[in-house]
Write a protein that binds this ligand. Sequence first.
Ligand SMILES: Cc1cc2nc3c(=O)[nH]c(=O)nc-3n(C[C@H](O)[C@H](O)[C@H](O)COP(=O)(O)O)c2cc1C
Length: 375
Amino acid sequence: MADLSVVVDGLKLPNPLVIASGPPGTNANVIGKAFDEGWGAVVCKTVSLDASKVVNVQPRYGRLRTGTSQEIIGWENIELISDRDFNVWIDEFKQIKDRYPERVLVGSIMEEYRKDAWVEIVERCQAAGVDALECNFSCPHGLPERRMGSAMGENPEILEEVCRWVMSAAKVPVWAKMTPNVTHIEEPSRAALRVGCHGISAINTIRSVIGVDLETLRPEPSVEGYTTPGGYSSKAILPIALRMAMEVAQLIKSEFSGRTLSGIGGVESGRDAAQFILLGCNTVQVCTYVMKVGYRCAREMCDELSAFMDKHGFNSIADFRGHSLQYFTSHHDLVERQAAARQKAKAAAKSEVVRADHEWTGEEFVKQSDALARG
Ligand SMILES: Cc1cc2nc3c(=O)[nH]c(=O)nc-3n(C[C@H](O)[C@H](O)[C@H](O)COP(=O)(O)O)c2cc1C
């Protein structure tokens, strides 16, 4: 059986499957449950120093269903970061690490555009025992008036400055979580890596409007008749997430060798996870699918990943991580490769061996005559 364990930025994980920041990491109880069910690591719901400024609404989710099975393929949320008190979180980080000293807990953090705030949140989280930090520069809705989340992540200069503050205080590995709501994800990723962040997490949710109710004519999710654009996740975003993970992986390969990548977006199976790893990811995070089916899917996903590895004879994650990156090229190069392949096939057909008459069987003379005519 294949070995699923990975070492990422010095942290040992039993497998590369990680709970992404969101409802499945929203307090100590549920984080403990995720560890019990076999998740390789957990990123908590994003915390901030002053939770009293975070006010969530209901309803805050909208879902896109498809076909006769009414399967949920897309999920929009207008949920903010955690509205739970920061001091409570600090106690819970300590409790989790007391109960699960060997397991990897990643503290997801977000703050206002102030050095003292970022330094304080980094220092207090790491003093409470988190094994790594993930800076949320990517929440697509809410809090732009405080220049938090994607308001920061969309601006590489601000992001670089904030990452510098974070790195000045951090003693644990730091991942910068990217927003997909930019044209070139390499730019904010490069800014974070340039000032020393250990890894990139990509992607957060995609800015979206999930739909308009054709009875009420109100966009959804409707809060007192109104809405605001939210963040799109779940199965439907897998291809976009794979593309962006690939772009960040290429950047790391060419400019920041040794840094790490955590792929996120639309993962629902071990086979989905394998694709992120083939594109260069060290770990793979899952949020919405866990909200749909619960933590238990970790075991099934590990079995699927393991079956994929056995089929190809891969003994470890390192055996295939980044393998498929080599097959990306420019469209121009695709045209040239195709022209060369066609030329080769034509030449091969032309040189088809004409066999001597006495070797012919049945009606082979039809094919042979044709070859002789083309000669
Ligand atoms: C309801 C909900 C809440 C989320 N809250 C956070 C959050 O607090 N911090 C964060 O960094 N990402 C948050 N996310 C984004 C996820 O961590 C993840 O990046 C995104 O949903 C794509 O992955 P998925 O398709 O597996 O859900 C949230 C996603 C959902 C659906």
